[in-house]
Ligand binder design. Structure first.
Ligand code: ADP
Ligand code: MG
Length: 277
């Protein structure tokens, strides 16, 4: 039996040169798009948790992710998964280090350009974060409502709801949908701007295992279809093992970086990762 951990090349994948302009809202087609490659160098972030105590949420993180990669960020609660997603999504700024996404150094961007960058990134959260008073369709449209787009917002939202298996549910309110359905709406919403990068923070954390595996499959197929890079934080090894690459954090630092693209059985990956302690 091949040991996926032993087989890890550790080779940071550099990917092809990425031409995706990070601060333009792209048309409703993904044609020619390759997803964003990422490069993190020496990224550090600490939070003051008491008068003279700092929590190291990101500790000298250096990583390269290929355009179109499907990466699981894993590690115990408090290991820095959400922090790393927030830094990559420019919701937080690092104390030190550089982050390059799709060829743009986002750590050097000013406010206006940062807002443009954020619009080129899709976010999915554990608790869906849907607006309860809005229908599924209007929730999907919400992120682009304030902006002029060169696509029909309603048509695109309908297409996306169909792509996540919710055709016919456009007028449903979140309260009338199951957790799995609400997460599908949230995924459709995250795709409204044709993001080059999708950041998902514990996207299956509130779902049972059947719904979780459907959401994972959906993320995988949308990644291929929309040519996105996907980074998913999860503390669940079973979920993480289904990505192409597994990066494990401890105290904000990368402790394992495993290439899973060889199609190893999930059980073998979980066992091997478990042995790393
Ligand atoms: P994870 O998502 O893996 O559970 P987090 O990134 O949320 O981990 O947290 C990493 C560390 O940073 C933890 O020690 C956490 O308490 C701390 N932390 C995260 N966000 C904040 C914040 N806004 N203020 C203070 N401490 C924070
Ligand atoms: Mg978290």
């Amino acid at each position: 039996m091949t040991d996926p951990v032993a087989a890890n090349t550790g080779a940071a994948n550099t990917g092809a040169a990425n031409t995706g302009a990070a601060n333009t809202v792209t048309p409703g087609t993904a044609a020619g798009r390759t997803g964003f490659a990422l490069e993190l160098r020496g990224v550090c972030k600490s939070y003051g948790i008491a008068k003279d105590r700092l929590a190291r949420a990101a500790d000298d993180v250096t990583l390269e992710l290929a355009a179109g990669a499907f990466v699981a960020l894993t590690g115990a609660s408090g290991s820095g998964k959400s922090t790393l997603l927030h830094l990559i999504g420019a919701m937080e700024r690092p104390d030190a280090g550089t982050i390059v996404v799709g060829g743009t150094e986002i750590t050097a961007l000013r406010r206006g350009a940062l807002a443009g960058y954020r619009r080129s990134v899709g976010f999915v959260f554990q608790r869906y974060h849907l607006l309860p008073a809005l229908t599924a369709l209007d929730n999907v449209i919400a992120p682009v409502l304030p902006y002029r787009t060169d696509f029909s917002k309603r048509d695109r939202a309908r297409e996306l709801l169909a792509a996540v298996g919710l055709a016919g549910r456009e007028q449903s309110l979140p309260a009338k949908m199951s957790g799995g359905e609400q997460q599908r709406v949230a995924i459709a919403r995250a795709l409204i701007n044709t993001p080059g990068l999708l950041l998902a923070d514990e996207p299956t954390g509130n779902l049972d295992s059947a719904n979780a595996s459907e959401i994972l499959q959906l993320l995988g197929s949308l990644r291929a279809q929309h040519q996105m890079t996907v980074i998913m934080a999860t503390h669940d090894q079973q979920v993480a093992a289904q990505a192409q690459r597994l990066i494990r954090l401890r105290d904000g630092a990368v402790v394992d970086d495993i290439d899973l693209a060889g199609g190893y059985p999930v059980e073998d990956v979980v066992r091997s990762v478990g042995q790393l302690g």
